[in-house]
Design a protein around this ligand. Structure first.
Ligand SMILES: Nc1ncnc2c1ncn2[C@@H]1O[C@H](COP(=O)(O)OP(=O)(O)OP(=O)(O)O)[C@@H](O)[C@H]1O
Ligand SMILES: [Mg+2]
Length: 142
């Protein structure tokens, strides 16, 4: 594992700036896990990243479990929060989505089902201290 960076974020604008910095780290086919409490900003960050790829209609996949978008990149966006058991993910084609090398895959609440996550991944942890402070750590696993 390699810590790519850690940053303290004080506003939505700073989060958008961080999203822009992250673009350099993402390659087609990558899987990006987002961990952090309710309201930490996982969906906000996926929206901010996707906006740089001209995808402006990102919504939380909490209920759909997965949403798919295409702009300058293909984006697949999962949220495991409401998944009861892992079979539900396989039923909606998790394996097929994950093996799509042309897409960038985001998974919110990936920590809930760590056993099905790929070894090669980027993990983004967002620690919400209060509304004015979020600490974002980005770690790469090969
Ligand atoms: N610096 C910031 N970065 C990200 N979001 C922020 C920031 N400051 C305020 N917010 C607000 O915090 C909220 C974050 O909500 P978001 O849906 O992204 O959280 P989440 O981590 O995806 O939660 P959930 O676990 O429910 O999916 C948004 O309403 C956003 O406007
Ligand atoms: Mg969310």
């Amino acid at each position: 594992m390699k810590i790519l960076f850690e940053k303290r974020i004080h506003s939505e604008d700073e989060m958008r700036d961080l999203a822009k910095e992250l673009l350099n780290f993402f390659l087609d086919g990558d899987t990006i896990i987002l961990n952090g409490n309710l309201g930490a900003g996982k969906t906000f960050l996926v929206k901010a990243i996707s906006a740089y790829w001209q995808i402006n209609n990102v919504t939380s996949p909490t209920f759909a479990l997965v949403n798919e978008y295409s702009g300058e990149k293909k984006v697949i966006h999962f949220d495991f929060y409401r998944v009861g058991e892992v079979q539900e993910l396989f039923d909606i084609g998790f394996d097929e989505y994950l093996s799509d090398d042309s897409a960038i895959k985001f998974i919110e609440w990936g920590e809930l089902f760590t056993s099905i996550l790929p070894n090669k991944k980027i993990v983004i942890n967002i620690i919400l201290s209060n509304d004015d402070l979020r600490t974002v750590t980005v770690i790469k696993y090969d």
